[in-house]
Design a protein around this ligand. Sequence first.
Ligand code: ACM
Ligand code: ZN
Length: 525
Amino acid sequence: MTNTLNLIPEPVSVETGTGTFVMTNATPLVCGDGCQKAGAFAANVLQLKQDAGSNSGAVSLKLVAGSTTAEGYTLSVTPEAINIVASDEAGLFHGIQTLRQLLPAEHVAQRSADAEIPAVTINDYPKFSWRAVHLDVCRHFFDVTFVKKYIDLLAFHKMNIFHWHLTEDQGWRVEIDAYPKLTEVSAWRESTPIPENRTVQDGKPYGGFYTKDDIREVVAYADSLGITVLPEIELPGHTIAVLAAYPELGCVGEGYKVRTEWGIEDDVFCAGNDEVFVFLEKVFDEILELFPSEYIHIGGDECPKVRWEKCHKCQARMEEEELHDEEELQSWFIGKIGNYLHNKGRKMIGWDEILEGGLPEGAAVASWRGTEGGITAAKQGHEVVMCPVTHCYFDYYQSEDRENEPPAFYYEIPKEQQEQWGMTFVGLLPMKKVYEFDPLVGVPEEYHSFVVGGQSNLWSEYIPTSQQAEYQAYPRGAAIAETLWSPMPDSGRDFDAFIGRLSHHLKRLDALGVNYRFPKEHIDQ
Ligand code: ACM
Ligand code: ZN
């Protein structure tokens, strides 16, 4: 399919017409029943007034049951009118996002003068239903203003989930009324490694958190763009910041502080202490009140078992529950939380370590250590989100020329472990590699339906500023958006064609004020 519209992600079908529609301040916006949210968004970005009476020369949004598949839309532009029809409001939002991209680039943030829009008919729908963009706000904290801009950008690329990584060893970032010390103590650390060298500390106190009003503001904002906010509350590992405030919840019971180094912490929740579950249930009660998301992310990654092995309470729990090893204890722990969430009408998702010791019933898996975990989970009939480090880790370098890049995640694998890992280092993810992402690779066809999609992950150890976050996130974010939305052509994805469209799309990102990395390997400056 060739056209000159330079849309990203590329729609399923585009038929160009003749002539243009001229959008002016006098163009009425007509919104059908159930289109209020999408109508408000269109009115804002297109700078149009809603008009209940008029129907000519109009931009019209209409919900028609059965007209499209989930999140799909039809956008038709003629010299006389623009019509967006969908069977759900998400589809209307996507249609409006496409319409924004049809405007001259300088109008993308908000139409600011009369604008010509080329005549076209677009039929479009997503390849995958789970298209998430993750942000770690714990290693470094990002304020509400930036989080809202980040959500604007993911919505602009037709991604549909904002995965908010809210708790970590290095900081707890969400206000919980039942446990005030989570924001008085757990949200603050004494020092931070400098981006240039993780073994050197800056010696400066650092922290921050979102109040409940902040969270409500972000969730409402995301909803006004048709985006779901997926909160992540880590357990049983990545939790020493909690233990610093409530030491009785750890196996040793004392001597904890909010972690000031990157990497994995040995101290985790004690699986033998009932108080831990009282704590988690109260925390989740407040989280569920703040976040309407059907899925709740419980982390589950990188939980060392060294404390559990030596803890008499953990060992007693294993005996009582007839668990054979610490992996089964982890599975029991996560299953208990999964049950709690299930009884509240929610679904649990966790990183692929939750497979260890047996996958709790009904749990969805985010496969990050490659795709093997995801494939195993799909074969067991569980929903799977693919986000392997090989294609989805946006904290990695974008170019081999590390000298001329800002510091990013990079790890040389020790010689003796290289064979086991099958590589010599991790920390390089060029945009071209992102564009090769296909969540279905290696998944036997009969299990494809369990793979609901994929996501990018942006861990923030090396990302001290929002400018840097945008630099890491784009334009790789445009590449992954296309892999998750657009159909896979029989001949495979055409990177050169993508780059051709991207060179125009970067002008849109300029208009949106995004500090993306210019892909100088592919586009002349
Ligand atoms: C992860 O990157 N630890 C999920
Ligand atoms: Zn214990």
